[in-house]
Design a protein around this ligand. Structure first.
Ligand SMILES: CC(=O)N[C@H]1[C@@H](OP(=O)(O)OP(=O)(O)OC[C@H]2O[C@@H](n3ccc(=O)[nH]c3=O)[C@H](O)[C@@H]2O)O[C@H](CO)[C@@H](O)[C@@H]1O[C@H](C)C(=O)N[C@@H](C)C(=O)N[C@H](CCC(=O)O)C(=O)O
Ligand SMILES: Nc1ncnc2c1ncn2[C@@H]1O[C@H](COP(=O)(O)OP(=O)(O)OP(=O)(O)O)[C@@H](O)[C@H]1O
Length: 492
């Protein structure tokens, strides 16, 4: 892109050196800089991008955008000083990629639990109705059914614009994005023009970062407030009517709110719910009338997720509720979220991703209706993250008949110290602490008896465990299948 055209979008304090005519790419990571790039120095938590300008130049950057004067050879390169490089990056990336989010319907989903489930359901509902959709979230970037891992649930500003640009280039009409509270706090969503935003629920998590629940809740609210005030646009907010934050988020946006829920009157409301081991049935009240619904997802929490997804797609497409309900019936479980392993064993094993107190409570409740014998739970938490939730997770876990407390990812923390924190919350003595996750899963299967339900929570289908900053191969699913096959003589 022509440099002058690109920079015309910025409020510039000063320009030093000679500007090149063209910019071929924008980067915020010096390691990714290529020939004729524009490098933006971002101040981060671990390091300051201003200290990487020489590597960026070495790799081919011709323009450096910074907040301070840097000792650059101004006979060869240009230095542009702005007040806030993070905001400048969002402006530049949008301009460089021709405002891609304006060319498609953009869905944002936030909340403590259920983001991956709801975004995946939205994508699948769209696709079952012949509408192409990309997906961005914890499970990576899914574009034209090519899946790429991503470092974060919500990508950085630049990556978002690059992906939106690819989605636009492919002529795809929709993108569904998981928006984390860290992403919102750090402004990773800046410059993404959302059309509809959906709230799942709010419960304790991430207090290591946000400090208080109030701060955490208001950070999530940025997604609704940032839809803006331009009422010539048709935007929607989809809110959980049963969550205490409903009224606050409702007040944060001038756009029409579509509510969903179970216990309170709502635009989309599930009633007459019946729970089965491998599916759930309910009646969906909607603006188009009542419809009987069957979903392969289990548990009350998934009724919320399903209804949220239907309300969201309905708000932005011409697809009728009746059609959406029909499409839903063909959608299988969401990978690693209360995913029942397909084994010919006398026990049931679910692989799940619950890693908050609320999610633990909800997943145990979801199997209670068809409990025959005991509920055995393997539950873990992570190091270097919200310590205050650990005993509360164990307290919620105590509803299970037998509990193994273990580790998800220890990072830089001592595993035994994490388990000691968790243990404080246990309400009965029928539990054991096993830091080694593989050993924990082996033991729970070894202890099982016919009719038992085992839930292995915390990692879903993740393929690794993180110790310090290293990822080690690990799969709850593989360990569970192997041990179950041995114990019950299965041929797998
Ligand atoms: C604490 C935190 O959120 N950190 C995020 C932050 O990193 P940072 O500020 O430490 O960045 P940094 O490493 O200091 O780098 C600063 C700048 O220098 C640049 N740099 C750096 C090194 C180099 O050699 N050259 C170079 O140019 C970097 O590209 C960057 O522009 O900005 C990065 C880019 O956006 C994020 O990847 C990173 O997420 C880290 C990996 C992380 O673990 N975050 C977690 C807490 C998180 O965000 N989780 C949520 C999901 C939560 C949930 O719901 O479960 C998420 O959205 O993923
Ligand atoms: N609506 C919900 N309410 C409470 N718990 C839920 C809900 N939906 C899912 N869960 C629980 O939370 C776990 C994670 O679900 P999901 O991945 O959809 O959430 P998420 O918000 O994307 O989480 P993360 O941001 O940590 O990836 C599930 O495995 C389940 O245990």
């Amino acid at each position: 892109m022509n440099t002058y055209e690109l920079l015309s979008s910025l409020k510039i304090k000063s320009i030093y050196g000679a500007l090149p005519e063209e910019v071929h790419s924008i980067e915020q990571d010096s390691r990714k800089v290529k020939k004729e790039s524009l490098f933006v120095c971002i101040r981060g938590f671990r390091s300051d991008g201003h200290s990487y300008y020489s590597q960026a130049i070495h790799n081919g950057a011709t323009i450096i955008i910074a907040e301070e004067k840097l000792p650059i050879d101004l006979t060869k390169f240009a230095l542009v000083i702005v007040k806030d490089t993070a905001k400048a990056l969002a402006i530049l990336a949008n301009k460089f990629y021709h405002y891609p989010s304006n060319k498609m319907t953009v869905y944002g989903v936030t909340g403590t639990n259920g983001k991956t489930t709801v975004t995946t359901l939205i994508k699948q509902l769209l696709e079952k109705n012949n509408q192409q959709a990309a997906l961005l979230g914890t499970n990576g970037i899914d574009l034209l059914n090519e899946s790429v891992e991503s470092d974060n649930t919500t990508c950085d500003v630049l990556t978002n614009q690059k992906i939106l640009h690819r989605v636009a280039e492919h002529g795809m009409g929709h993108i569904v994005m998981e928006i984390s509270s860290h992403g919102l706090a750090q402004g990773r969503q800046r410059g993404v023009n959302f059309d509809v935003v959906t709230f799942t629920n709010l419960s304790q998590d991430h207090l290591d970062y946000h400090k208080t629940m109030e701060q955490y809740g208001y950070t999530k609210g940025l997604l609704f407030a940032q839809l803006g005030n331009n009422l010539t646009e048709e935007k929607n907010v989809i809110l959980n009517r049963d969550d205490p934050w409903y009224e606050i988020y409702n007040g944060m946006t001038p756009f029409e709110v579509i509510s969903y829920g179970i216990y309170n009157e709502a635009d989309f409301r599930a009633t007459n719910i019946t729970y089965y081991e491998d599916h759930t049935c309910f009646t969906l009240g909607s603006p188009e009338g009542n419809f009987p619904v069957t979903t392969k997802l289990i548990g009350e929490f998934n009724v919320y997720n399903v209804v949220a997804a239907i309300a969201t797609v309905y708000s932005k497409t011409m697809i009728s509720v009746k059609t959406l309900v029909r499409s839903l019936a063909n959608i299988a479980h969401i990978n690693g979220r209360m995913q029942k392993l397909d084994l010919e064993a006398p026990i049931s094993i679910y692989i799940d991703y619950a890693h908050t107190p609320d999610a633990i409570e909800k997943v145990i409740a979801s199997v209670q209706p068809f409990k025959q014998n005991r509920i055995l739970l393997v539950v873990g938490t992570g190091g270097d993250r919200d310590e205050s939730k650990r005993p509360i997770m164990a307290e919620k876990a105590s509803v299970a008949d037998f509990v193994i407390l273990t580790i998800n990812d220890s990072r830089y923390e001592d595993s035994n110290a994490i388990l000691t924190d968790m243990e404080q919350g246990m309400k009965h003595n029928n539990y054991i602490c096993i830091p080694n996750r593989k050993a924990a899963i082996s033991l729970v299967i070894d202890k099982s008896e016919p009719g038992d339900i085992i839930i292995i929570a915390g990692k879903g289908l993740e393929k690794y465990q993180i110790t310090e900053d290293k990822k080690h191969p690990h799969s709850d699913k593989e360990i569970a299948i192997r041990n179950c096959s041995i114990k019950y003589n299965l041929s797998v």
